[in-house]
Design a protein around this ligand. Structure first.
Ligand SMILES: Cc1cc2nc3c(=O)[nH]c(=O)nc-3n(C[C@H](O)[C@H](O)[C@H](O)COP(=O)(O)OP(=O)(O)OC[C@H]3O[C@@H](n4cnc5c(N)ncnc54)[C@H](O)[C@@H]3O)c2cc1C
Length: 482
């Protein structure tokens, strides 16, 4: 019987294990942490009864993918819940922009910029299913939907600073700036609109749902499927070298590229090792969980009903904060992403006390304490916020990388979203999952299509590994690339 070891149980490791187990491969998943899930863990971090997502909170790109269509996680306990407002961006004086599922409802709230918002996001939303088929995979392929992909690509290729000029009202500009900042890139850099356009369109096409009972239920559903198909999962096992794993037919690494080099040692061809060592990580995140009584008193009313609130002020302020972070400077007023999962999933709260999730973009490896800066940013748009806080839990960039070695320097997206790495991650190669070691594949978010708890990196990596077996394992190096 064919056997495989998957190192790491993040959503990509688990998705790879699901695909392999479904094909009759005997799969063993080894996880360093005591709990499965990597970036999809949830726990009580502040007060008893309050459930916090430790990493991923919102899942617009996980709802409808080739993986989710083939493996129905909803039958294994995963339930998506949607907030009424998908994301907002408050401004001073109680104003702000709000994104709803409906493009028209969103446009209606953006005054003079409504028609332009509709023009950019309307057509993309209608065809998003086809577009995702093309972008949730390695960039180098013959597109299935070339016309729509070209339209999507034309926006995605632009620097966010340039695309942002389409809008003139502070509300629409800030709304776009807030979603573009998810790329963790300076707004002047090429392709810095790509992630914002994808997530912004996804908000209208699929919404930004949360998992009922916490993101941990995503991992639990995948784990149940692995085990149902005969696979096993062991926690508390940190793999230090491939040599420990015996001689399985396949090894899939849900790790950062540099860790793959360390694990493979001199088995890895020098050119892959060089490319993996050169792989660049992005800025960091500093995360604060709050227990808040009565919710956050946002002055901008739609923000009270939103799942995600982007907090930074105007487009220009967001652009400046992202520019400073990229240059290694901690902004006085950082970009803060606030998650109010409880508005969609009240089961996470204890009575009138709710779990609030917030993280700021900070320089890679930032060693200071960003707690006060985060609290001050929220207080700026929600006067009285400080008085609602009953408890906090803080995770610095160092804590982030100890919690999960894939988050190097606090890089929560496992690799800088530079134009080069958006196209060629983790290195230029026909098969970006192949490590050059026969039968050993990289399956983490460092591979296409990149970060997110969608499992698509693991899905493609497993298919690549299965194709290698079909071609006759051992007859080639597994390195299809340059
Ligand atoms: C604060 C934060 C907020 C985020 N928000 C969102 C969001 O809202 N929506 C979204 O879609 N995504 C979000 N993400 C990103 C998302 O969580 C990641 O992109 C995703 O989890 C990547 O999955 P992965 O399987 O590649 O790796 P990970 O989830 O990072 O998992 C890797 C796993 O491998 C294990 N491992 C590594 N090395 C070894 C080893 N040597 N031996 C054994 N085990 C090992 C690690 O312990 C870990 O469990 C967020 C991440 C963070 C941290």
């Amino acid at each position: 019987m064919t056997d495989a070891v998957v190192v790491g149980s993040g959503p990509n490791g688990l998705a790879a294990a699901v695909v392999l187990a479904a094909e009759g491969v005997r799969v063993r998943v080894l996880e360093a942490a005591e709990t499965i899930g990597g970036g999809t863990r949830s726990s009580e971090l502040t007060l008893p009864g309050l459930l916090h997502d430790e990493c991923s909170g919102f899942h617009p790109l996980a709802v409808d993918t080739p993986f989710s269509r083939r493996f129905d996680l909803r039958s294994l306990g995963l339930t998506w819940l949607w907030p009424e407002v998908q994301y907002t961006h408050p401004l001073d004086d109680g104003r702000g922009g709000a994104a709803y599922r409906s493009v028209h409802e969103t446009a209606a709230g953006l005054g003079a910029d409504g028609p332009s918002w509709r023009r950019v996001f309307g057509a993309l939303t209608e065809r998003f299913e086809g577009i995702t088929e093309d972008f949730l995979r390695p960039m180098l392929h013959v597109p299935a939907h070339p016309v729509m992909l070209a339209r999507f690509g034309a926006y995605a290729a632009m620097p966010a600073a340039l695309l942002g000029r389409r809008w003139s009202t502070p509300e629409a500009r800030a709304l776009f700036g807030g979603v573009a900042a998810h790329a963790l890139r300076p707004f002047g850099s090429p392709m810095s609109s790509a992630i914002g356009i994808a997530l912004g369109t996804a908000a209208h096409a699929y919404g930004w749902p949360v998992a009922q009972g916490g993101s941990r239920t995503i991992a639990a559903a995948m784990a149940a499927l692995v085990e149902k198909n005969g696979g096993t999962i062991e926690t508390g096992v940190r793999v230090e070298s491939l040599a420990e794993l015996g001689t399985p037919d396949l090894i899939l690494l849900d790790t950062a590229p540099a860790d793959a080099v360390r694990l493979a040692g001199n088995r890895m061809p020098a050119r892959t090792a060089r490319a993996y060592r050169r792989y660049r990580h992005g800025p960091g995140a500093f995360k604060v969980e709050y227990a808040v009584e009565g919710g956050v008193p946002w002055a901008h009313e739609p923000s009270r009903r939103a799942g995600t609130v982007h907090v930074c002020g105007s487009f220009a302020e967001t652009a400046e904060a992202e520019r400073q972070v990229a240059r290694g400077v901690m902004p006085e007023r950082p970009y803060v992403l606030v998650g109010q999962q409880f508005v969609a999933d009240p089961s996470r709260s204890a009575g009138n006390v709710h779990p609030l999730y917030a993280y700021a973009h900070v320089p890679s490896g930032y060693t200071g304490d960003a707690t006060d800066a985060i609290t001050a940013q929220i207080e700026r748009f929600a006067p009285g916020f400080r008085d609602t806080v009953r408890a906090t839990h803080v995770r610095s960039t160092t804590d982030m990388s100890v919690h999960n070695p894939n988050y190097v320097g606090g890089d929560i997206v496992t690799g800088a979203n530079s134009a080069w790495q958006l196209v060629f991650r983790p290195r230029p190669a026909l098969d970006p999952y192949a490590t050059g070691v026969p039968g050993v594949y990289l399956c983490s978010a460092a591979t296409p299509p990149g970060a997110g708890a969608h499992g698509m990196c693991g899905y493609h990596a497993a298919r690549s590994a299965l194709a290698y077996l079909e071609r006759g394992a051992g007859r080639e190096s597994g390195d299809a690339g340059a």
